[in-house]
Design a protein around this ligand. Structure first.
Ligand SMILES: CSCCC(=O)C(=O)COP(=O)(O)O
Ligand SMILES: [Mg+2]
Length: 241
């Protein structure tokens, strides 16, 4: 079904929405898993690594956990696809370097880049809100199969600078950052996960569930939210009146 919106900003989820979960799980996850050990042993002095390690220790309730125990916890979270903030921070460090080195190139569904370019050309502001860290998001958009897409994107939000994706307060934080706290209905959120769509709607945003065959949430659906199978079915304009 086709959807039309006259809004100011689109906020994009990545995994399952712009991009395939299979790529994240089959390519990015093993890439990070095989590098956690070296990161923990060789880079423990990096402030970002140290901060994430402290968060892991706190989350597992073991203030003295050594690197072996930290790596075990990270791998267990990977196995259960738990989107824990310190896991995402450390993955972001590893993936950013992998993208910069040319080991990794990001994935976008075929309908996504034409739509993002059209919406951007129409003056619509584009932002990202993903469980993947801001560093990972930046590398992801910079290293696409069609080159650097970062110029299309204005704001990057994750569970650290905005909060958990299933809580309305996180969407209110983002609306404030976009200068749209008083008019949250000028924001459209696109995601595959019903809990995220619920939270965005509770914050006053428009929300459309993206249902792509083969994605984990395809069968479950998106509850009573508007839905689209691809970005082709979503028309967005931004009137300034
Ligand atoms: C470039 S982000 C990598 C994907 C990832 O790790 C992730 O957790 C994405 O989750 P999302 O919130 O975008 O569904
Ligand atoms: Mg998602």
């Amino acid at each position: 079904m086709s959807q039309a919106f006259d809004i100011d900003s689109v906020v994009l989820d990545i995994e399952g929405t712009t991009s395939a979960t299979g790529f994240v799980v089959d390519v990015l996850y093993p890439y990070s898993r095989s590098r956690f050990g070296a990161l923990l042993s060789e880079r423990s002095g990096d402030p970002e690594v140290a901060r994430a390690v402290a968060q892991v220790r706190q989350e597992i309730g073991e203030p003295d956990a050594d690197n072996v125990r930290i790596e075990k916890a990270l791998n267990a979270w990977l196995d259960e696809d738990r989107k824990a903030t310190p896991l995402k921070t450390l993955q972001g460090v590893i993936w950013s370097e992998g993208f910069a080195r040319g080991d990794l190139v990001s994935h976008f569904y075929d309908d996504v880049l034409p739509a993002l370019r059209a919406w951007h050309a129409a003056g619509v502001r584009l932002h990202v809100y993903s469980s993947g860290s801001v560093a990972a998001q930046r590398a992801w958009f910079r290293s696409s199969p069609e080159g650097d897409l970062l110029p299309l994107v204005e704001g990057l939000y994750d569970t650290e600078n905005a909060g958990p994706k299933q809580e309305a307060a996180s969407y209110r934080t983002i609306a404030e950052a976009l200068d749209l706290a008083a008019t949250p209905d000028r924001i459209l959120f696109l995601s595959d996960r019903p809990g995220e769509l619920d939270a965005a709607r509770e914050a006053g945003w428009h929300a459309v569930g993206i249902r792509r065959p083969g994605e984990p949430y395809y069968e479950q659906g998106v509850g009573d939210h508007a839905q689209a199978g691809t970005f082709d079915g979503i028309t967005i304009t931004r009137s300034t009146a």
